[in-house]
Structure formats: structure tokens, C-alpha cells
Design a protein around this ligand. Structure first.
Ligand SMILES: Nc1ccn([C@@H]2O[C@H](COP(=O)(O)OP(=O)(O)OP(=O)(O)O)[C@@H](O)[C@H]2O)c(=O)n1
Ligand SMILES: C[C@](O)(CO)[C@H](O)COP(=O)(O)O
Length: 237
């Protein structure tokens, strides 16, 4: 679980994974969901470099013996991709299936975690949960300076587009191989499945969930608080 980002788009404060949602750090919500899935045996949390001890203590208190999955905490890198690589290096040798889940998606339903893991277990090499887009999307030539008009190049057919979430699931050998190739070739991707595509692998999409959104900007935190409050009022959490 990459959790080493600073959360700059969320604004000033603690690293995003340690910011609170419903009085509990975002990271704790995310780890609890994974630990609740019967498909998950070990959770490797990739923490901010200067926060490893703090994250270990936090998770020992918050998760403790109550969940069944084993927990490992390692320091992250300067990019999400480097952090995922650090997490991969810390996996136990007998693990064959890896789910990569952003700590920044604390409200992903456990059913999505299970569905991704099941699809890998059933034979897919790389699986991403995703949702259809609500907005029409335009491809543009990015402006040279903020605020300038951007010429439109195309309007892709929305029916063929998906907004991709996590956890993304992989055969471990495939994920190890594409991360190693990415280092060799200096390739950066915004998600792990992107590396599989880039190096010739086959990625499939399964249904994601609207509540698996990424807490990225301040408004996302407002929405996350509302979703959590609704779950708590219905005793779903
Ligand atoms: N060097 C990094 C950067 C990101 N992440 C993790 O990758 C996930 C997705 O990243 P994002 O939401 O973009 O987080 P930040 O990088 O923290 O956000 P920002 O770009 O606003 O700083 C998050 O769980 C984040 O902690 C990470 O482990 N290591
Ligand atoms: C992996 C991801 O969450 C899939 O949507 C996304 O690509 C992460 O992007 P970020 O810019 O690192 O938040």
C-alpha cells in the first residue's frame, strides 16, 4: 500500500495518509479494508521516509490483533512508482498475487478488493477496478502558462473510457518484471497497470465503486467525511 505521498494537493498539514477522516487517520481506514478481505494475508504499508516509526506505532494501536492480516511497514520513495517498488521488495517470498492499493482511497468497499483478487486468482495477469466517466472528456494541447485557453484536439468516445481506481491486482511475477523494466528504461507511469500495458501485458477492468474515489483535493475530504458519516449512521462501518 503506497502511503508515502505528501498530499500537496490537499493543502498544508501532515502527510495525507496521516490526516484524519472521521477522527481516524486515512491510512488506518485503508489498511482496515484490506485486512478485512479474506484474500489478503499480508499488508505492506509504504510510509513517508521520516514517518516509518510513527506509522508502525499508529497501526499497532489501531489495527493490533483485531484483523487477521500480517503488517509490514517500510520507507517509501520520491515517487509513487518508487514507493510501490519498495513495497514489492518487502513482500514475503511465498506471495503470488499482489494488490496495490493507494492509502489515499480509504473508503473502497471490501467487495471491490475481493473482486480484484478473485479475477487475478481466476487467471488474469493484471486487473484494475474502474468506473464510467460522468463528464465528457476533451484532449487538448496543454497551455504554456496557467489560465491561457487550450486548443481542443479531440473528444474521445466516452463510452470507451473508464476512470481507474485501486486496488489494482497482479500476478507477482508480472508486477516484479514490469517494475524492473521501468527502472531499466526510465519509464514512469501514473499507475501500475500502465506499466503492464507499456511492456506488452494484458490488463482487464472490473467494476470499481463510486466510494473508492481518491482523496486528492480538499473537496474530496469533505465528500469522504459525508460518505463515512452516512455509513456510520446506517451502522455499515
Ligand atoms: N512518493 C510517493 C507519492 C505517492 N505515494 C502514494 O501514492 C498514492 C497516490 O498518490 P496521490 O494521491 O497522488 O498522493 P500524493 O502524492 O500524496 O498527492 P500530491 O500529488 O497531492 O502530493 C497515495 O496513497 C500516496 O501516499 C507514495 O507512496 N509515495
Ligand atoms: C493509481 C491511481 O490511483 C489510479 O487512478 C492514480 O493514477 C494515482 O495518481 P496520483 O497522481 O499518484 O494520485
Amino acid at each position: 500500500m503506497p502511503a508515502a505521498g505528501r498530499g500537496e494537493r490537499l493543502g498544508p498539514g501532515a502527510p495525507k495518509a496521516l490526516r484524519e477522516l472521521g477522527g481516524v487517520p486515512i491510512l488506518v481506514h485503508a489498511v482496515r479494508v484490506l485486512a478485512r478481505s479474506r484474500a489478503v494475508g499480508t499488508v505492506v504499508v509504504v510510509a513517508p521516509k521520516d514517518g516509518v516509526a510513527e506509522v508502525r506505532a499508529l497501526l499497532a494501536d489501531a489495527i493490533g490483533e483485531r484483523e487477521s492480516a500480517a503488517l509490514v511497514v517500510v520507507p517509501g520513495g520520491d515517487t509513487r512508482q518508487e514507493s510501490v517498488r519498495a513495497g514489492l521488495a518487502a513482500l514475503p517470498a511465498d506471495v503470488d498475487v499482489v494488490l496495490v492499493h493507494d492509502a489515499a482511497r480509504p473508503l473502497v468497499p471490501v467487495d471491490v478488493v475481493d473482486a480484484v483478487a478473485r479475477t487475478v486468482a481466476d487467471g488474469a495477469e493484471a486487473v484494475v477496478p474502474a468506473v464510467p466517466l460522468a463528464d465528457t472528456v476533451k484532449q487538448v494541447t496543454p497551455a504554456q502558462a496557467p489560465g491561457l485557453p487550450e486548443p481542443v484536439i479531440a473528444t474521445p468516445d466516452r463510452a470507451t473510457l473508464r476512470a481507474v481506481q485501486t486496488p489494482q491486482g497482479f500476478r507477482r511475477d508480472v508486477l516484479d518484471r514490469v517494475h524492473a523494466k521501468a527502472v531499466e528504461e526510465g519509464v514512469d507511469a501514473t499507475d501500475d497497470a500502465g506499466l503492464v500495458e507499456r511492456f506488452g501485458g494484458r490488463v482487464v477492468v472490473v467494476p470499481g465503486h463510486e466510494e473508492a474515489f481518491k482523496v486528492t483535493r480538499p473537496l474530496d475530504l469533505v465528500l469522504a467525511e459525508a460518505v463515512l458519516a452516512r455509513r456510520r449512521s446506517r451502522d455499515e462501518y
